[in-house]
Design a protein. Structure first.
Length: 168
């Protein structure tokens, strides 16, 4: 069972043990880098499997200010890390499947979630696509580590009349 725990700027110690494989650092950075700069538009989350912290990500509420392909109501998924010891266990896919409903509850004005993923990171591309993201067919050419696929997923909406979750 995947859960998301909000983190403050002072919560590095809660996720400091996380590390990706050395060849993945060029894509995700390190956990220390993820906490290096405070940004009021960026929220940090730990990913747990119900018993232990297994990953980390950031939600960028100002994503469209840098990425003109995203609408003002779109959120950005950044710095996704699944600990190297837990990769290959379906955690990335589970995170992708759980995010739309979670984000719809916590960011009710948002309509979609966007991300860019490096063309040279096929494992991450597969996880995002299997998790429900769609490739827009366009590329972001300004990535730090080279060209990136642009992916998006609509966020689930929760009807007040009917509390069941639907994708909108």
């Amino acid at each position: 069972m995947i859960e998301f725990l909000p983190l403050s700027q002072d919560d590095l110690h809660r996720v400091a043990q996380l590390a990706v494989h050395p060849d993945q650092v060029k894509f995700s950075g390190t956990i220390e880098e993820a906490f290096a700069t405070a940004n009021p538009d960026v929220d940090r989350y730990a990913i747990t499997d119900g018993t232990a912290v297994v990953g980390f990500f950031k939600i960028d509420q100002g994503y469209n200010t840098v990425h003109d392909f995203a609408p003002p109501t779109g959120l950005g998924l950044r710095t996704v890390m699944v600990d190297a010891n837990r990769q290959g266990q379906g955690i990335g896919q589970a995170v992708c499947r759980a995010l739309p409903a979670h984000l719809a509850r916590h960011y009710p004005k948002a309509c979609s979630l966007w991300l860019t993923v490096n063309l040279r990171n096929p494992g991450a591309v597969r996880a995002y696509l299997k998790g429900g993201f769609a490739d827009t067919g366009e590329q972001w050419l300004q990535g730090d580590a080279g060209p990136q696929h642009i992916l998006r997923i609509p966020l689930a909406t929760i009807s007040t009349a009917n509390p069941s979750i639907r994708v909108g």
